[in-house]
Design a protein around this ligand. Structure first.
Ligand SMILES: NC(=O)c1ccc[n+]([C@@H]2O[C@H](COP(=O)([O-])OP(=O)(O)OC[C@H]3O[C@@H](n4cnc5c(N)ncnc54)[C@H](OP(=O)(O)O)[C@@H]3O)[C@@H](O)[C@H]2O)c1
Length: 229
């Protein structure tokens, strides 16, 4: 059985990915900050025996350690670091709140790495794939409009983490990839976004499940197009 771990599984893209992996008969460890309030996940539990809920704030090292303990001994085949935080909108030069920046760094970059560290044994056992939900906004080459200092920088830092993970874990058969989900209609993407969560998740699923060793360490969008760093 394929064991999948997804963070931020309670809504948005994470929820759509959870649904897809359950439909594919995988076991899904769906992680979120407040499992007791995760109504959409509870509804899925009625239909899918393979769904387990875990409490996880990715900015908490204690919570990450507890998840590592709870999953100890299990091979992990997919780790989807989906939880993310855009932070305050409209951050321009001369207006970059440090406390928010630190919180964003913790959620988007430090948390995903710490989670890999906590689950390394299982990932190696499962020869797993680490899929880090990044953003085109973390691409230097794609930045033609400036601004968004906080979000751009934390996703760029996450990309650097993804690349090193791909190199360091390759000898153990583990792959890592940075993924741009498209501009998606979620709380983060807003109502004017171009695609819905199902379209994004279906594309991400295809890219993750088709990932080759040669593509590990790369940066792709949900349609499998390479994104320049
Ligand atoms: N939507 C887009 O257009 C878009 C574009 C590019 C990249 N992305 C990336 O795609 C990923 C998913 O985005 P989305 O649009 O689905 O976002 P979303 O609708 O805003 O959902 C964010 C998810 O992250 C969780 N989260 C936030 N802080 C957390 C923390 N400290 N610990 C654990 N979970 C936390 C949220 O949980 P709570 O419900 O508890 O807040 C929620 O489940 C993110 O990494 C985002 O940066 C999205």
């Amino acid at each position: 059985m394929t064991q999948v771990v997804i963070t931020g599984a309670n809504r948005g893209i994470g929820l759509a990915l959870t649904q897809l992996y359950l439909d594919a008969d995988c076991d899904v460890a769906a992680c979120c900050r407040h499992p007791e309030e995760a109504n959409a996940l509870h509804a899925l539990m009625d239909k899918h025996e393979g769904l387990e809920l875990f409490e996880l704030d990715v900015s908490s090292s204690d919570a990450i350690a507890s998840l590592g303990e709870a999953l100890k001994g299990r091979p992990i085949h997919r780790l989807i670091n989906n939880a993310g935080y855009y932070g305050p909108k409209g951050v321009s030069l001369g207006n970059s709140p440090e406390d928010e920046w630190q919180a964003m760094f913790s959620i988007n970059c430090i948390g995903p790495l710490k989670l890999v560290e906590s689950l390394t044994e299982g990932l190696c056992q499962g020869q797993g794939i680490i899929a880090n939900l990044s953003s085109k906004m973390g691409s230097m080459a794609d930045n033609s409009s400036g601004g968004a200092y906080l979000y751009r920088s934390v996703k760029a830092a996450q990309n650097a983490v993804t690349k090193s993970l791909a190199i360091d874990l390759a000898p153990y058969g583990v792959k890592a990839v940075a993924l741009h989900p498209g501009w998606v209609k979620t709380a983060m993407g807003g109502p004017n976004a171009l695609i819905d969560t199902q379209t994004s998740a279906a594309g991400l699923y295809r890219v993750i499940e088709g990932l080759t060793s040669a593509q590990s360490g790369g940066f792709f969008d949900y349609q499998g197009n390479i994104i320049p760093w």
